[in-house]
Write a protein that binds this ligand. Structure first.
Ligand SMILES: O=C(O)[C@@H](CO)OP(=O)(O)O
Length: 200
């Protein structure tokens, strides 16, 4: 019995480069959402959830238009957050990242991620295929959790807009990272949201 979790980062947000905290998808973001919906259209989803933020909710809505069998529900466990704070074993190069982040934000993010992994990464009694449309840091934390890496390690694990990450969970076996940030469904002009330019 396998529980597959399909993690999708939302599509590109309109004017995100101006530092807006949230907003609608850009035209390119809408095309990304259509492309990931085509990619996943054959999966027999048993559940779907999305972050309540507008960019994620719109992504889920566009996906749902092409995948009428899913009925995506908003989940506060999938909000954008800081999954953990600085730790002594963290490389010093990451310290500046936490400059403007408060302890309250970190505490809230840690609590959210503990609940999110307990809720969404649990083994299921039968086969399950669950879709989660969420944010870069949240997906980085799920990947860190699967790899049993140190807490700080979600930093630097990045996903492109509408990139596809799949985790497989079974009882009595460690979880498996089936694929990470798979962009096979996105033509090159729709590959956005990574911090660095693509090397190829
Ligand atoms: O701001 C960001 O870089 C990430 C953090 O998770 O958010 P989003 O995936 O919403 O762009």
């Amino acid at each position: 019995m396998s529980h597959f979790i399909y993690l999708v980062r939302h599509g590109e947000q309109q004017d995100a480069e101006y530092g807006l905290p949230d907003g609608p998808l850009s035209p390119r973001g809408r095309r990304q959402a259509q492309a990931i919906a085509e990619r996943l259209s054959g999966v027999p989803f048993t559940g779907a959830w999305h972050s309540p933020l507008q960019r994620a909710a719109e992504t889920a809505k566009i996906m749902q238009e092409r995948m009428p069998a899913i009925d995506s529900q908003p989940s506060a466990l999938l909000f954008d957050c800081y999954p953990s704070g600085p730790t002594p074993d963290m490389p010093r190069s990451f310290e500046s990242f936490f400059g403007g982040v408060t302890e309250e934000e970190i505490d809230a993010g840690q609590a959210q991620m503990a609940d999110a992994t307990a809720e969404f990464l649990a083994p299921a009694p039968g086969d399950r295929h669950d879709l989660l449309v969420t944010h870069n840091f949240v997906i980085g934390w799920f990947v860190r959790e699967v790899l049993d890496a140190p807490n700080w390690r979600w930093l630097g694990i990045n996903q492109a807009n509408c990139g596809l990450t799949i985790i497989r969970v079974r009882t009595a076996k460690p979880p498996v990272l089936v694929t990470h940030n798979d962009l096979g469904h996105l033509p090159v002009e729709l590959r956005t949201g990574m911090p660095d330019d693509w090397p190829v």
